[in-house]
Design a protein around this ligand. Sequence first.
Ligand code: DOR
Ligand code: ZN
Length: 384
Amino acid sequence: MTIRASTPGRRGLDRIMAEKQGLPMTSAPASLTLPRPDDWHLHLRDGAAMAAVVWETARVFGRAIVMPNLKPPVTTVAAAQAYRDRILAALPRGTRFAPLMTLYLTDNTSPPEIAAAKVSGFVHAVKYYPAGATTNSDAGVTALDRVYPALAEMERQGMVLSLHGEVTDPAVDMFDRERVFVDTLLERILRDFPGLRVVLEHITTRESASFVRESSGRIAATITPQHLLYSRNALFAGGLRPHLYCLPILKRESHREALVAAATSGNPRFFLGTDSAPHARAAKETDCGCAGCYSAPAALEMYAEAFEDADALPRLEGFASWFGADFYGLPRNHDTVTLVREAWTLPAACPFGDGAIVPLRAGETLRWRLAEAAPSGIKATPTA
Ligand code: DOR
Ligand code: ZN
């Protein structure tokens, strides 16, 4: 990774003053070039919604694990292949972005379907949604026992199990659902399938981070930008903030700090997965709003902020560009992307089919900006 020093100016002066006073020097690089990152957890939807969002991911990321919670869900290899074809057809010409497909695990997923997924070469994980846990999860798993044959086949085939790690028991407090999942179902899965490779998706708690850190190398976790940048207070800052509502829900500040520590630790079992989950503005700003943060328009820039705030920019490369590929057994990307330190303001909303979508940090000014390809659907306004 190339981190270029700051241009002269205020930061240069700060540096000289710091040196004079014998203070530690805070380096504020002007640019950051890293191997092209991948997004190991992404929702693209379908049809016009997909066409409205896919280019945002494709202009930055080389590959993405595409979640299968469509309506109807992507439960077969044939459906995954057709979905992949639609994604490729929706990409701008000349884009090299590769969608990595997933199957949606149901009570009825058969071992031969898992074997066929492995043979396909384009299905890279099987997603376990506890039924009722989140958006389009009604067809998900109703009881762990029911998917034992499929899990056994995944273990045999070396197919990654991607987990939405929350219990759905309404008696369990909303903020405890991930912790209880890890203590009960995840413990059981790991015990009964000792060879299964598992990604605990979008972790939100200190306990999940410790669990992954202390487990063997076959379990990893993705971490989203919103869980690195926000704690649950942000959900209620000055009023209810529907665009920060995602699942698993934001937790208290001490959890956010633990996630930042995990992401910036250099441990290869924590890697980037945005969980960018587009929902039309009308579906978020309503009586019973959908869960999901649409982070794709500035995801890498937000991760860079989180890493810089933790004084850990040199660790962004492993988290964003290496560790996910290594875990999935895929080659690392060879080309690069560059972020420059240039303030720009995210739009209040972006086009989304017939309506609009509000991105994460809408209307806010970010300090990092992708150097190449200016986003064509978004007016990036330099503010400094
Ligand atoms: O916030 C979320 N949105 N969490 C999920 O698990 C699903 C996702 C979606 O598909 O909207
Ligand atoms: Zn997701």
